[in-house]
Design a protein around this ligand. Structure first.
Ligand code: SF4
Length: 386
C-alpha cells in the first residue's frame, strides 16, 4: 500500500442503505453486516473508523485493503479524492449517500437475488432457494435523508433498476425540489434496457451525472447472463445515451462488469464489441471478480478448463492493450486492461470437483426453468473429463 490505511471518508461521512432498508458500512463491505437504520448514528461506521485510526486495519474494509496491497485503485481512494476537494465537511451532514431505493427490476441476471430484483422472487421460490426479503424506505425517511445531505453530496443510486422504478423518479424530484443540487454529483447504476423520458430533464440540475451501465458480456452472453435483456436493445440504448453524453458536458457514461464463470471466456470479445464507443466512454469496462454467489466465481472451474481460458484471454487482452490509440480515455483503458490481465492471471482453481458439479447442476436446473439452452457457448463446462 502506498499510503496509510488509517481513514476512509465513507466510514465517517457516508450513509449506505441496503435493499432491506438496513444500514451497512458501505457497499464494499464483504462481511454483509447490517444494522437497524438510524440516519443520524451508526455503531458500525464508528467502530470501523476507530479500528482504522488505531491499527490501519478493519476486516470490514478487506475489499479496499486487498486492492491497495496489489497497488490497484480502491473505492476508498476515490472517496478520499472527492473528500479532499471539499473546503469543509460537516460531520452532521451526509457527504456520501449510497442507496438501494427498491428491488423493482425488469431483469433476472444469473448472479442476482430477489433483494435486488423482484422478478427473481418466484424463480427462487420454485427452485427452493433461500432469500432475504426487500423492504422500501418510508417517504418520511427519504425526506429526512434529503434534508441531511450536504450541498456537495455524492449520491449513488442502485437498484433494482433505477430507470424502471417509480421510487427513483420520486426521490430525484423531491431532491431537486428541496435542495440546491447544482454542486451535487449523482452516480446512477442502470442495466441500460430502458431510458425513461424524465432522465434528460434532470441532467441540468446536477453538477455531474455519472451513469454506470452494468453489462457483463455482449451478444448471446449478455442475453444469457442478464436474462431476458437483448443485446440489440442494449446497443440501441448505448447509441441514445452516447448522443446525450455529447449533448451535456456534465453527463458521463461508464461500464462496470462482473467477472464470473459465464463471461471469463468472452471478456476480450466483449471489450472489442464496445470499441465503437471508444470516443464516448472508456470502452474497457471496470471489472470486479464476483464474490457471491461463490458458485459463480471463476475459481470453481477445474484447472483443465481454467488454464486454457486464462491463456487465451490474456493473449487477446495483451493484443488489445498494444493496439490502444491515444484519446481522452486511453490512459484509463490501459489501466483497466492491465488490471483485468492481473485479475485473470491470479485466478487459481480451487480444484474442487464437487463444487464444479454443484455449479453445472445448478446452471442446468436454472436454464431448464427459464427454458433456455446455450450449451454451444458453454460446452467446455460439460465436455471436459474432470
Ligand atoms: S475503506 Fe473501502 S470498505 Fe472500508 S468503508 Fe471505505 S470504501 Fe468501504
Amino acid at each position: 500500500m502506498t499510503e496509510k490505511f488509517n481513514f476512509c471518508p465513507f466510514a465517517s461521512h457516508g450513509l449506505s442503505i441496503e435493499g432491506n432498508a438496513k444500514r451497512r458500512l458501505c457497499c464494499h463491505d464483504l462481511s454483509a453486516e447490517t444494522e437497524e437504520l438510524d440516519i443520524n448514528f451508526s455503531h458500525l461506521s464508528n467502530k470501523v473508523s476507530a479500528q482504522l485510526k488505531q491499527n490501519n486495519y478493519s476486516t470490514h474494509c478487506k475489499f479496499c485493503i486487498d486492492l491497495e496491497k496489489k497497488k490497484l485503485s480502491s473505492p476508498r481512494q476515490e472517496y478520499i479524492s472527492l473528500y479532499n476537494n471539499q473546503q469543509k465537511n460537516d460531520k452532521n451532514l451526509i457527504k456520501f449517500l449510497d442507496i438501494t431505493l427498491d428491488n423493482i427490476c425488469n431483469l433476472r441476471c444469473n448472479t442476482c437475488k430477489p433483494l435486488y430484483s423482484k422478478s427473481l422472487t418466484s424463480e427462487f421460490e420454485k427452485l427452493g432457494l433461500k432469500y432475504t426479503k426487500a423492504k422500501t424506505l418510508k417517504t418520511s425517511q427519504l425526506l429526512e435523508i434529503i434534508s441531511k445531505l450536504s450541498n456537495d453530496a455524492f449520491i449513488v443510486l442502485t437498484g433494482g433498476e433505477p430507470f424502471v422504478s417509480q421510487q427513483t423518479f420520486r426521490f430525484l424530484r423531491d431532491l431537486i425540489e428541496k435542495k440546491d443540487t447544482s454542486q451535487m454529483t449523482l452516480r446512477l447504476f442502470t442495466n441500460l434496457t430502458i431510458i425513461p423520458d424524465w432522465f434528460e430533464s434532470i441532467i441540468p440540475y446536477f453538477k455531474e451525472i455519472k451513469l454506470v451501465g452494468s453489462l457483463d458480456g455482449h451478444g448471446a452472453i449478455n442475453d444469457y447472463i442478464r436474462f431476458p435483456s437483448k443485446w440489440d436493445n442494449i446497443t440501441h440504448n448505448l447509441d441514445l445515451m452516447s448522443a446525450l453524453v455529447k449533448k451535456y458536458s456534465n453527463l458521463e457514461l461508464d461500464i462496470h462488469s462482473v467477472l464470473q464463470v459465464h463471461n471469463l471466456n468472452f471478456v476480450s470479445d466483449f471489450i472489442v464489441s464496445l470499441k465503437p464507443y471508444k470516443n464516448i466512454f472508456c470502452f474497457v469496462p471496470s471489472f470486479t471478480i464476483i464474490e457471491t454467489p461463490h458458485l459463480f466465481n471463476p475459481k470453481i472451474l477445474p484447472q483443465k478448463i481454467l488454464q486454457p481460458i486464462q491463456k487465451k484471454q490474456i493473449e487477446n487482452l495483451e493484443k488489445i492493450l498494444n493496439s490502444i490509440e491515444q484519446n481522452d480515455f486511453s490512459e484509463l483503458a490501459i489501466r483497466r486492461l492491465k488490471k483485468i490481465i492481473k485479475q485473470i492471471t491470479t485466478i487459481e482453481s480451487n480444484n474442487s470437483t464437487s463444487t464444479f458439479i454443484q455449479f453445472t447442476s445448478f446452471s442446468k436446473m436454472k436454464d431448464q426453468f427459464r427454458n433456455i439452452d446455450i450449451d454451444n457457448y458453454y460446452d467446455y463446462f460439460f465436455k471436459v473429463d474432470i
